[in-house]
Design a protein around this ligand. Structure first.
Ligand code: HEM
Length: 174
């Protein structure tokens, strides 16, 4: 049975709030410096938390299948979202190649991979789109479907969703 995506997302968001202080600051940093090119592996190493947590090291990136795995996940994700009638009107006129490339960079960075995010900040790229929570949740469902189709383990799926959860506050504006 498919897990309730909303529930799953809420769970992922809680995970983020609980554990991933480092991820939140990393995303904030991404959002704050739109076109700034960061050197490879520029995600700050998480400080020792005393909670037995490890920073997003290269192993998370590898759990996603490295560059090839992330490219395949993103290709699947973009195909799904461009066919989702709930949200695809928002993507009219968007160059799919650029979207794929920027998402792949973003997923690479948030999973601790050796990449630089060269796209716009989440606030900047979404501010005019007037995105609501229902649209945000639809896109998260699409990402979950893509991850499942690429056979990414649930633990790794949730970890990626948790890493992306803090973007909601910059993306949802109504
Ligand atoms: C977890 C949630 C989301 C993430 C991580 C995300 C990530 C991104 C990224 C990395 C870009 C590329 C920015 C660039 O071109 O420099 C982008 C652009 C875009 N996103 Fe999102 N996004 C999310 C949610 C949404 C939602 C819910 C919608 C609409 C339903 C949306 C619509 C768009 C559109 C239309 C663009 C292209 C904007 C442009 O070309 O100016 N995004 N997003």
């Amino acid at each position: 049975m498919m897990p309730d995506p909303l529930l799953n997302f809420v769970r992922a968001a809680c995970l983020a709030a609980l554990a991933l202080v480092a991820s939140a600051s990393a995303m904030a940093q991404t959002a704050a410096s739109p076109a700034a090119s960061k050197p490879a592996g520029a995600l700050p190493a998480a400080p020792a938390t005393g909670l037995g947590l490890t920073p997003a090291g290269i192993s998370f990136y590898q759990d996603l299948g490295g560059k090839a795995g992330i490219d395949a996940i993103v290709a699947e994700f973009v195909t799904i979202l461009l066919n989702d009638k709930r949200i695809n009107a928002t993507f009219e006129g968007v160059e799919p190649e650029r979207l794929r490339a920027k998402l792949a960079e973003q997923f690479c960075v948030v999973s601790g991979g050796p990449c630089t995010y060269t796209g716009k900040s989440m606030a900047e790229s979404h501010e005019d789109l007037k995105i609501n929570n229902a649209q945000f949740n639809a896109l998260v469902e699409n990402l979950q479907l893509a991850l499942a189709r690429r056979a990414v383990p649930a633990r790794v799926q949730n970890r990626l969703l948790a890493r992306l959860a803090p973007t909601q506050r910059d993306i949802v504006t109504r």
